[in-house]
Write a protein that binds this ligand. Sequence first.
Ligand SMILES: [Zn+2]
Length: 410
Amino acid sequence: MKLTNIFRNTILLFALAISLQIAVAQTAGNLKQHISYLASDTLHGRATGTPDEERAANYIIETFKKAGIPNADGKFGAEKYIQHFSYDPIVDSVKTHVSGNNVVAFIDNHAANTIVIGAHYDHLGMGDPKHSTYVGPPAVHHGADDNASGVAAMLDLACLIKASEYKSNNYVFIAFSGEELGLYGSKWFVQHPTVALDKIDYMINLDMVGRVDSNTHTLTVNGIGTSPTFKEVLDKIKTPLHIKTTESGLGPSDHTSFYLQNVPVVFLFSGQHKDYHKPSDTEDKINYAGMVDVVNYTMSLIAELNDKGKLAFTKTKDDNVDSAPKFKVTLGVIPDYTFDGEGMRIDAVKDDRPAAKAGLKSGDIVLKLGDVKVTEMGTYMKALAQFNKGDKTKVTIKRGDDVIEKEIEF
Ligand SMILES: [Zn+2]
């Protein structure tokens, strides 16, 4: 290489380093601005179906508009960013009503396939006895990490992708609501998708990415068993983060809704902490340097996958909670993790397994296993744990309006 070239390249590298630094500083500033607003006292914890949810939605819409990212129709009318949803689930034997608004934006590159990047923006409001882990008088549940952090990262990614050269796919950005109450927003989206589900290449879910531990630098990347391509590319990504992976496409957040529609999913999560679902999940505890690393990591993942074509989907093996090692038996079903009524709703029945042999079908709701009443996933797992291989018992299910008993052999 000639000296002049070395000189020129040095200057170029220097300029690149400065522009990267500026980009990083800008990202951290944007993230802090988004989280400071969404997790502020004035939004009272962003409970689904409240005026505070609407204010948070408006903020997200304004951010998309400022970034020049239109709604699903390719326009900038605020109301068209909104996807309204409504459900009437039975919770603790009582018919309830859940309605809320997803916010959906769309970068249309006229490509064959679309990548979905989502984060839920709802939280627990002033406290919700069913989901809050806090005991005390009503208090703002700020939800800075859960999940103002994911929304901030998603908004920043939207801006970075808009400005990037990654045009091989279209991009849908979704701020989900109703997540804390039972993944309602994402469940609605997959039932009423703004792009055909079979054209969704993969889905990235950001839920709680604001608390990267400053000692371990760990980011958990869940769902990598949902496509063989994830494993191929993950090792190529350079990052200061310590990456831990899990296989399963199921988990307690919105990617589950997409996985159940056979969409490859990745769920990014910086870890549990003592402020989870408490008013003390506040903005001052966010690790912004860690979040910048998460945003950069996600961009690198998108870059690595940019020219891979549509990813193959694979079902993950560990998608039955009832096949976990602590159980000696399994029912052979995939539970509906989004079901919020009483009992355990079966999403799918595996062939030739006890449930199938007993004549259980998808959509059945398990109410009793032996003598144990099944009210939700927790009691279902407890009920299952009491059986040994070869045991016979009765299972009580609800099918439509009928309550039926079936003999089952483990
Ligand atoms: Zn939560």
